[in-house]
Every structure is written in structure tokens, then in C-alpha cells.
Design a protein around this ligand. Structure first.
Ligand code: PLP
Length: 449
């Protein structure tokens, strides 16, 4: 084989010597060498196994090493390993058909990319050319990717170091009742006020200058914020009224994470563009894309679309997407995700929230949940300050360590831990992981005032 066998020590040594890591101070990290993975677990070189409550970066929706998915990629690489995007080829045609058929309304065309950020870059480019306008409204509580445009759309602190970003981005507050920007006290009030705020912004920015409103159908890394009923429909109305393109970022929320193909389908709303990545093929090969409405596609019927990527719609990526969607259907992954959320994760988390003073709120659906941790349940002061690092972030680091010691790999972001296991997780594994989280939360409780 051309693939050498490396010891754990060698893996670590070479990593420290030569790998430049994302989002990290290079000298302050100590990445864990991983030897193998299967189903909902991965294992280090000492044989320590972790039940994965993070799905890596919330993308391994189908679990690790699914035999049919691995076989499909092997079959495709033997048939045709690479092709330029200008040709037509079988698995890209088939992947596009399958995605178009699952997407709502007339979103019938797919522009493939290599990941989520590129999908958002291209969605915005399409919206700008389509409308001839330049502004875009994006939420403070959002993450849209780390390329120049996508990080400028992002509302969370990950954008700070890349500012000043792209001209024309205007930010708004989306609905989030627990920390309402509108002093609302009911979901309905929050919904109405968030929509009014958006309407006001559109008015003062000038509707004729606004190309797009972008939102995550269910906000992901910024807190699993499930929109109140009526919110997405309200955004759709605002867009319709002013000829603004509605972009739904489903990079994290799509492909079973919310118990639907696309989360927005839960509310019966059809955006103009949907961006996807992650769960489409669980990251076995990098893939993302934009699902495009007929109207926007028609803008480019006789006018060249000004964008492209060498590896877009890569044969291995598209073959894996085709296989993954077939597996989702044969194994009922979407229904399973919804049911395990309704019957196991949701009810267990409700019990956990009752037992732990540090749990301010739980929220979510299907296999997409967040626990918002607080230092003081009465004031809702977050367990760690906004964007805390180092010592200030210690309570969250201690919680993560307590989970890992017990064999659970958690997802931790600011003052939240998210329960985002592979969507295929069994009831029993979900209960096992939640029992560990329950125990580990005593660490968080110890920081409550
Ligand atoms: N959009 C959302 C909602 C995401 O969660 C992410 C990644 O976490 C992205 C976009 C960016 O995707 P990628 O990292 O594949 O570029």
C-alpha cells in the first residue's frame, strides 16, 4: 500500500510539526489522534471509545463508515475518479434530480460546491445578479462559513477578525424568546416583533437596494434556535412584497438533522434558494450546493452565470450523495431522527433540565438540541461570558472534560452544549449519552451562584 501505518505518537508529532489548524492558536492545542470510527462512535489509539454527541461538526448524520456509503464511493472511484464540471455525468445528474425532487416548490436546479461557505457565496452572487441589487440582510445569531463573503454574512464573533467585511451586509435580530431582543414574553409576540423589526430595516435600508435576506431555517451553532411558527412565512412575505430573494441556509439544519429533508419544509415555506452541505453525504467526501428556483435559474438562461469551481459536483461527492439519500430512504433516517427526538432526547432533556440549576433552557427538535447553561437561573446570566476564552471559559471546558472522561464527545459553544448525535443514533445510545451528560452537568451546577 502507498498508505504508511503511523503510530499515535507519530501522528501527533507530525500534526504538531506540520498541520496548521483552523480557528486555533497553534501552540495551544493538543489534537487527539483518532484511529477508527464506526456507527455513532470513534476510537483513539489507546482504544478509548467516544459516543459522538457532536457528529463531528454536526455533519456525520448517517454515522461513521456506513458500509453502503463506503461501497458506493469505492465503486465510483473505480469507475471515474474525477471530471471537470463542464461535462455531464451520471452521478451528478442523479444527485441533482434527487435533491431537486426533495426540495420544496420549484427549487429544481442544483449548483454544486465543495462545502457550505461556497454554497452561501454563490447563493448571494445569484441573488445579486438576479435582482441587480447589492445589499443583504443577515442575522446576528448566525454562522454562514469562513470564506470572505460567508464570514461577512456571519453574525457571530468569528467574523470580527475578518472585518471590515463585504460592503452591503446589514444585520438583524432573529427571534429568540429566551434572550429576546424585543422584550417579548410569548412566542407569538417574539415572532411579530422580530418580523416588524425586519420590516422596519427593509424600509430604512431601501427595499430597492436589498438583494437578499439570508437566514438559517433553524439557527445552528448560534444556539439551535427553532423559529416560532409564522416567522419563516413572515420573512417569505416581506421578500415577496419587495422582490427580495429569500436564502435559507440549510447547511446544518438539512438532511435529517431537523427530521426533514430541509428544515424549512416543517413550516411549509418555499425560499428562493436553499444552501446545503454537511448531512447531504455526511462529509464522506466534501460536498455542498445551492438549490435554485426556476425563476432565478431563468435569469441565467441566456446570460452566463459568473461563478464556478474546479471540483464542484465532484463524481465521488455526487456518488456519495446519491447513495446517502437512498440509504436515508431505505433506513427511514429522517423519520428516525424525528422520532428519537420526540420520544427520547426531548423528554430526557426535559428531565435533565429539571434536575440541574445550570440548565436555563433546552430547545430543539429531532436530533438537533441545545442546552443553554446559566450561572444564575433567575437572571439568565450565561454560565460563561459571551465569547469567553481561557479562564473565563473554564466552566464550559470543565463540562466538556467531564463528558470526555465518561466516554461522551460533546459539542460545546460559548455557554451551550448541543446534543447533535448522528441522526441514526439508537434510543439506547441516546439514553446512554444523555445519562453521561446528566452526570457531567453537576460540574456546571457547581458554578451556579
Ligand atoms: N452554514 C451553516 C449554517 C453552517 O453551520 C456552516 C458550518 O458549520 C456553514 C454554513 C459553512 O459550511 P462549511 O464549513 O462547509 O463551509
Amino acid at each position: 500500500s502507498d498508505l504508511p501505518q503511523l503510530s499515535a505518537e507519530r501522528v501527533h508529532e507530525l500534526d504538531r510539526a506540520h498541520v496548521f489548524h483552523s480557528w486555533s492558536a497553534q501552540a495551544q492545542i493538543d489534537p487527539l489522534p483518532i484511529a477508527s470510527a464506526s456507527g455513532v462512535r470513534f476510537t483513539d489509539y489507546d482504544g478509548r471509545e467516544f459516543l459522538d454527541f457532536s457528529s463531528q461538526l454536526v455533519n456525520v448524520n448517517i454515522g461513521y463508515q456506513h458500509p453502503r456509503l463506503v461501497a458506493a464511493i469505492q465503486e465510483q472511484v473505480a469507475r471515474m475518479a474525477t471530471l471537470a464540471p463542464g461535462f455531464a455525468y451520471d452521478m451528478r445528474s442523479e444527485a441533482a434530480r434527487m435533491i431537486a425532487e426533495r426540495a420544496p416548490g420549484d427549487l429544481d436546479h442544483v449548483f454544486f460546491t465543495n462545502g457550505g461557505a461556497e454554497a452561501n457565496e454563490n447563493a448571494l452572487r445569484m441573488a445579486r445578479v438576479h435582482t441587480g441589487r447589492h445589499k443583504v440582510l443577515a442575522a446576528y445569531r448566525s454562522y454562514h462559513g469562513a470564506t470572505a463573503g460567508a464570514i461577512a454574512l456571519t453574525g457571530d464573533p468569528r467574523r470580527w477578525a475578518s472585518e471590515p467585511g463585504m460592503p452591503g451586509v446589514v444585520r438583524y435580530w432573529g427571534p429568540h424568546l429566551y434572550r429576546s431582543a424585543f422584550h417579548a414574553s410569548t412566542p407569538q409576540e417574539e415572532c411579530e416583533r422580530a418580523l416588524q423589526h425586519l420590516r422596519d430595516l427593509v424600509a430604512v435600508e431601501g427595499p430597492s437596494t436589498i438583494a437578499a435576506i439570508i437566514l438559517e431555517s433553524v439557527v445552528g451553532t448560534n444556539g439551535v434556535l427553532v423559529p416560532p411558527d409564522g416567522y419563516l412565512a413572515g420573512v417569505r412575505e416581506i421578500c415577496d412584497e419587495h422582490g427580495i430573494v429569500m436564502i435559507a441556509d440549510e447547511v446544518m439544519s438539512g438532511f435529517a438533522r431537523c427530521g426533514e429533508w430541509f428544515a424549512i419544509q416543517r413550516w411549509g415555506v418555499t425560499p428562493d434558494l436553499i444552501t446545503f452541505a454537511k448531512g447531504v453525504n455526511s462529509g464522506y467526501v466534501p460536498l455542498g450546493g445551492v438549490v435554485v428556483s426556476q425563476r432565478i435559474r431563468d435569469t441565467f438562461a441566456d446570460r452566463p452565470y459568473p461563478g464556478g469551481l474546479t471540483y464542484q459536483g465532484h463524481p465521488l461527492a455526487c456518488a456519495s450523495a446519491v447513495a446517502s439519500m437512498r440509504i436515508f430512504e431505505d433506513e427511514g433516517v429522517i423519520e428516525h431522527s424525528r422520532r428519537v427526538g420526540e420520544e427520547v432526547i426531548g423528554p430526557e432533556l426535559a428531565r435533565i433540565a429539571e434536575r440541574h440549576p445550570s440548565v436555563g433552557e433546552i430547545r430543539g427538535m429531532a436530533t438537533f438540541w441545545a442546552l443553554e447553561l446559566v450561572r444564575d437561573p433567575s437572571t439568565r446570566e450565561p454560565l460563561v461570558p459571551y465569547n469567553a476564552t481561557g479562564d473565563a471559559a473554564k466552566p464550559m471546558a470543565a463540562l466538556a472534560a467531564a463528558c470526555k472522561e465518561r466516554g461522551l464527545w460533546p459539542f460545546v459553544h460559548m455557554n451551550r452544549t448541543h446534543v447533535v448525535p448522528p441522526c441514526v443514533i439508537s434510543d439506547e445510545d441516546a439514553r446512554t449519552g444523555l445519562a453521561i451528560l446528566d452526570e457531567a452537568l453537576e460540574v456546571a451546577d457547581s458554578f451556579v451562584v
